[in-house]
Design a protein around this ligand. Structure first.
Ligand SMILES: *[C@@H]1O[C@H](CO)[C@@H](O)[C@H](O)[C@H]1NC(C)=O
Ligand SMILES: *[C@@H]1O[C@H](CO)[C@@H](O)[C@H](O)[C@H]1NC(C)=O
Ligand SMILES: *[C@@H]1O[C@H](CO)[C@@H](O)[C@H](O)[C@H]1NC(C)=O
Ligand SMILES: *[C@@H]1O[C@H](CO)[C@@H](O)[C@H](O)[C@H]1NC(C)=O
Ligand SMILES: *[C@@H]1O[C@H](CO)[C@@H](O)[C@H](O)[C@H]1NC(C)=O
Ligand SMILES: [Zn+2]
Length: 398
């Protein structure tokens, strides 16, 4: 049995849905208030401190620029950006190390500051928040100086009577009942702060066809400004015993569908449920890659009541990259899927590559992840928008 999840992310782009997003209906009002005030208080406190923008030059360092590995060179970080002038810079010897763009987690579910701190420490400096059942909470995760930057998904559109609808506790007042509601629903989501729209198609109710009818909201309402590329994403359920076949993988390519397999979620889910089997997820991923479908790195990291598995925030992006290599992707493809490729797909044109003028979201690791993907775990330093994580923390604690 193949169970397809379709996402269409309106003004922006798309990724893919996990099987079990957001069993969030158990969130009680008091928790929500506590988390919200905690998030807001920390943002206020942290954003008051001046930026610790030391001018730094990392010398003799191998650079994975988001697409390819470049020979040892010098990279300058200045005023939050990647610079080119060494004058007055503190020099750090980067011999034996690799410099790469901050990683982008294309599928994650943070809800409090702790969920942003771990990814930052593990070098994942951008997270696509794959749906926001509570827009206020999501909004309180934005704009934290020195922490992982988030882009917010909408409340998921899933029909109330569908599997996800029931899992998420959705009813017809919170989600979209049929295609005729879609224009106003999408407008409402953007009004509530969504950077992109998350939809889950499944029967009964919302068939894949509904997404053909969706109209992107006016561009001026969207935070992201890249060219519109509404596309759909497909995934199979982890319980599916059959991997994607050739017809399906060809469809991905023809419709310019992108896949974020979240293998770490699939692995943990299948491990937690004896009758499930991870093999199909790995095979599907391998087939998608060989069919030249763009594959992105996403973790589905979450701490949600009712989720069948909870990949950890931060470390799981390194688990995911290893699993993608194990599924047959060359390390360089996996690294692209965590840097330049999602930046391009999601329209994040200020980051994702090591290039003059880009946002200095950077990770310095020992070794060469092109040779061994596990080298991404050997993190020596992380910069978020030009702030050295260690310096920023010292400032904050002082
Ligand atoms: C944030 O979530 C973690 C678990 O994921 C929890 O331990 C922590 O208490 C939460 N923080 C707040 C302020 O709710
Ligand atoms: C629908 O869900 C919302 C939000 O959880 C809730 O406030 C409302 O009472 C629900 N409506 C029905 C008819 O169950
Ligand atoms: C769509 O759903 C709304 C709300 O349930 C309903 O009022 C409307 O009649 C439906 N429209 C169609 C075309 O089914
Ligand atoms: C998992 O599924 C594959 C086929 O998709 C099968 O070859 C393998 O034996 C299964 N493993 C287990 C432990 O059931
Ligand atoms: C890659 O690095 C890890 C951790 O450093 C090590 O355990 C593993 O053996 C290495 N793999 C290869 C193929 O060298
Ligand atoms: Zn998810």
């Amino acid at each position: 049995m193949m169970w397809l999840l379709i996402l269409l992310l309106s003004a922006i782009h798309q990724s893919r849905s996990c099987g079990f997003d957001n069993a969030h209906h158990d969130y009680t009002a008091p928790d929500l208030d506590v988390v919200l005030s905690h998030n807001l208080a920390l943002r206020d406190q942290n954003n008051k401190r001046p930026s610790t923008w030391n001018k730094v030059a990392i010398t003799n360092v191998g650079v994975f620029d988001g697409w390819t590995m470049r020979p040892a060179q010098t990279v300058v970080i200045e005023n939050g950006r990647i610079g080119d002038d060494l004058t007055g810079a503190i020099q750090i010897d980067g011999s034996g190390h690799t410099f790469m763009p901050g990683l982008i987690d294309s599928h994650s579910h943070p809800s409090n500051i702790t969920h942003l701190q771990s990814p930052t420490e593990f070098g994942a400096t951008t997270a696509m928040v794959m749906s926001c059942p509570e827009p206020l909470i999501c909004d309180s995760l934005r704009n934290h100086k020195g922490l992982t930057d988030v882009l917010l998904g909408s409340t998921p559109a899933a029909a109330a009577r569908s599997i996800h609808g029931r899992l998420l506790g959705l009813n017809s007042s919170t989600t979209m009942a049929n295609a005729s509601q879609s224009p106003s629903w999408v407008d409402d989501q953007i009004e509530n702060g969504a950077d992109f729209i998350k939809m889950i198609a499944e029967t009964p109710d919302l068939s894949q066809d509904i997404y053909q009818l969706l109209r992107p909201p006016p561009m001026q309402k969207a935070r992201l400004s890249s060219a519109m590329r509404p596309t759909t994403a497909v995934s199979s359920r982890p319980s599916s015993p059959t991997p994607l076949d050739e017809t399906s993988t060809r469809q991905f390519l023809q419709k310019r569908i992108i896949s974020t397999p979240t293998l770490i979620m699939m692995l943990k889910t299948t491990q937690a449920t004896p009758k499930l089997n991870y093999t199909a997820s790995r095979l599907s991923t391998s087939r998608l890659y060989h069919a030249e479908v763009e594959v992105l790195v996403g973790t589905d990291a979450n701490d949600q009541v009712g989720a069948p598995a909870k990949p950890k925030f931060g470390i799981s992006i390194h688990d995911e990259m290893e699993l993608l290599v194990e599924a047959g992707l060359p390390p360089v493809e996996v690294l692209r899927g965590a840097t330049a490729r999602p930046a391009d797909i999601w329209g994040l044109h200020d980051r994702g590559v090591v290039e003059f003028g880009r946002r200095a979201d950077l990770v310095l690791v020992k070794g060469n992840p092109i040779h061994n993907i596990s080298a991404t775990r050997n993190i020596r330093k992380v910069w978020v928008s030009g702030e050295d994580l260690d310096d920023a923390r010292r400032e904050w604690m002082a």
